[in-house]
Design a protein around this ligand. Structure first.
Ligand code: KE4
Length: 425
């Protein structure tokens, strides 16, 4: 594999764009080396600027669940673009996508479209605070809800685990309203709720976590959260930016059998164009402007071009739910193949998978939260990442990410991926 053109493009990009990228994880800081610049993509394959073909396991971090340049989505976008891309006025297609999403996802009556997962989660927390009249939120270490100030919080000192900023620019004033708990630790949540009685508006969680690698909630934990929220008048916010329309029509609510009070979406709902959304039952959503007092707005929210991609994508998934089964079976095949290879290598490893989300961790402990995910050997991960890349397999350039299968992947692609792993250790 040669990457000369990618490296030259990266050097040029760094002159004009901070770090040479428009989102930090793309810069390969966690794995070393220069990032790969992609020229185009089709189906399961990326074609980089040096002419290499790569089997893609991030699918633009989730959106392209049917593969790159999926014809029905592309055609919908082309046709819509000919009629104008955005008007700043209501259009019928927004209602069409809203109706379809509401028909697919349980426990939501209304949905508001925004332009990213960050915007969806940020707006949902503001709505939860406005609806409940309470200020604090609980989030979980290792869960990522976008880069809004309230979410860029790390474990603070002190027994009550008050958050502290994990980025300059986030104020202590903001951090004090974010409480931090550990994923799969229900007792820790109970302690926080008791220590902040009647002050917590919401608990926000990735119902199946994808930003620590793939981490699955225990039944007791996720059902326990629901019970605590119901008892304490706290809203349970499911951040389904990754899991929404990926784990199934009804996302994680359906897969886990849990009713959330609010659900946030991104990625798949936009079909590869910028769309985020948040949704809930009517009594909550009617608190949003212009009907209600909680303000939220956006110039390009619901723009017809992005809506056309989202509508084409969700229509496909709604009409062909067998895609979700196919993705889950392919993921299980990859899991079993990786397990068969790694079990012969005499080294510690864990493989977590759920639906079409999967991650490989180089540690001897089960990976159940951020602490155990952090115990993975990053030097081994770097060797794995670059070894797979040299074999034409493009994985997320960080040990703290889930891989996202797309349904254009063939079983030969999966066999090639499993065989590539076998050459590394
Ligand atoms: P965006 O603002 O990036 O559209 O969505 C933020 C977000 C919210 N919630 C969850 C569960 C997410 O995974 C994300 C974004 N995911 C990352 C990948 N781990 C996007 C990749 C990136 O930051 O470039």
């Amino acid at each position: 594999m040669i990457y000369q053109r990618s490296s030259a493009l990266f050097n040029e990009a760094k002159k004009y764009i901070p770090g040479g990228v428009n989102s930090p994880v793309r810069a390969f800081k966690a794995v070393g080396g220069d990032p790969i610049f992609v020229k185009e993509a089709k189906g399961a394959y990326l074609y980089d600027e040096d002419g290499n073909r790569l089997i893609d396991f991030i699918a633009s971090w989730g959106p392209l669940i049917l593969g790159h340049a999926y014809e029905p989505v592309i055609n919908a976008v082309i046709e819509k673009a000919k009629k104008g891309t955005s008007f700043g006025m209501p259009t019928e297609i927004e209602t069409e996508l809203a109706k379809l999403a509401v028909s697919m996802v349980p426990n939501i009556d209304k949905i508001r479209f925004v332009n990213s997962g960050t915007e969806a989660c940020m707006s949902a927390v503001r709505l939860a605070r406005g609806y409940t009249g309470k200020d604090k939120i609980i989030k979980f270490a290792g869960c990522y809800h976008g880069h809004s100030d309230s979410f860029l919080i790390q474990a603070g000192s002190g027994a009550v685990t008050f958050g502290s900023p994990n980025s300059p620019g986030v104020t202590q004033g903001t951090a004090k309203d974010t409480l931090l708990a550990d994923y799969n630790d229900l007792e820790g949540v109970k302690k926080l709720v008791q220590a902040n009685k009647d002050e917590i508006a919401a608990i926000i969680i990735e119902p199946v976590a994808g930003n620590m690698g793939c981490i699955i909630p225990t039944d007791a934990f996720i059902h326990g959260l629901r019970e605590i929220c119901t008892q304490e008048g706290i809203l349970l916010l499911f951040d389904e930016v990754m899991t929404g329309f990926r784990l199934g029509k009804g996302g994680a609510q359906e897969a886990l059998g849990i009713k959330a009070d609010m659900v946030m979406f991104g990625k798949v709902i936009g079909g590869g164009l910028p769309v985020g959304a948040f949704a809930a039952r009517e009594e909550i959503m009617n608190h949003l402007a212009p009907d209600g007092p909680v303000y939220q707005a956006g110039t390009l929210s619901g723009n017809p071009l992005a809506m056309s991609a989202g509508l084409a994508m969700l229509t496909e998934l709604n009409n062909r739910p067998e895609v979700f089964t196919s993705l889950a079976e392919k993921t299980k095949y990859l899991h079993q193949g990786f397990d068969a290879v790694m079990s012969q290598k005499g080294m510690p490893y864990q493989i977590n998978s759920f639906g079409s989300m999967i991650s490989l961790h180089f540690t001897d402990q089960p990976v159940v939260d951020f602490k155990t995910s952090s115990k993975g050997n990053n030097e081994t991960f770097k060797k794995y990442f670059h070894g797979m890349l040299k074999k034409g397999i493009y994985l997320p350039p960080s040990a703290f990410e889930s891989y996202f299968l797309n349904d254009a992947l063939s079983y030969k692609d999966l066999d090639d991926t499993i065989d590539a792993l076998n050459t590394i250790f």
